[in-house]
Write a new protein. Sequence first.
Length: 331
Amino acid sequence: MSAQFPVARPRRLRRTPALRRLVAETRLAPAELVLPMFVKEGITEPHPISSMPGVVQHTRDSLRKAAHEAVEAGVGGIILFGIPAVKDGDGSAADDPAGIVQLALRDLTADLGDAAVIMTDLCLDEYTDHGHCGVLTAAGEIDNDATLERYASIAIAQASAGSAVLGPSGMMDGQVAAIRSALDGAGYQDIAIMSYSAKYASAYYGPFREAAECAPQFGDRATHQQDPANADESLREVFLDLAEGADMVMVKPAGAYLDIVRRVRDEVDVPVVAYQVSGEYAMIEAAARNGWVDRDRTMMESLLSIRRAGANLVLTYYATEAARRLARGAH
Ligand code: PBG
């Protein structure tokens, strides 16, 4: 039966792959993807992370090779996480000029030049023996302001080793201001800050704690990371970070917080970054291994959805693979 009058037929524009490609509202590009990478001190072979199949703790050499592959695929950036051989209460390996991240930074900046943006996560949890993101008081609580002094020192160590963008992820109050003033005071006015502004106290970080060997030995991160129940609070954190000098703001995790990504995108005029975290990756991998979802389609759909929600950049363990698919014209 044909219509008696013009009927809206949205399906017309979905009819062929070429039509769908023509009218797609959101596109993913390799340059918008950032690959998080782990480098561990004192290992001679890359070490697989069992809860993140396909992701490894790198040696300095394997890191260089994998970073080169990421750049070949067109990935826009790399963010480094270091795992020192020895951890202590102050996380002293974090700002050691000969610490693992600083060494890896020198390797990558020498190898890659400006072919991709080399960034660093700036936190203490990978470096402390207690696994917390800051230094502790005698009572075992995180000392916010003493932690800021540590972050300032780490910022200078990372900047002087060649990091172009620092990503403070500890959710301490005042961390962006402390890092900005330390950088400016040391002549690093040009080094950017990508703040993990709206970072939730999330179960989705589970596999990362294996990857970075940083599970808290007691307690949790709920006194500094945000309560998953809250959305308005994210804007407060974002505006504070911008006032303190953040150049980009991040929402983390991504998939379960797309409403936050959208709200932040609508409120700010700086790049919005979203982090598809370890648990998001692990869930796709686990379901795919069971044959329950199509891995490649789920990977690409998850990334596209994060972009559609408003993220300009996506940190994802799939960065190299997704970039290769995009370069082939696949979705
Ligand atoms: C803290 C940090 C964490 C992640 C990135 N930076 C762990 C945490 O807050 O507990 C998690 C990333 C992921 O799960 O992929 N340095």
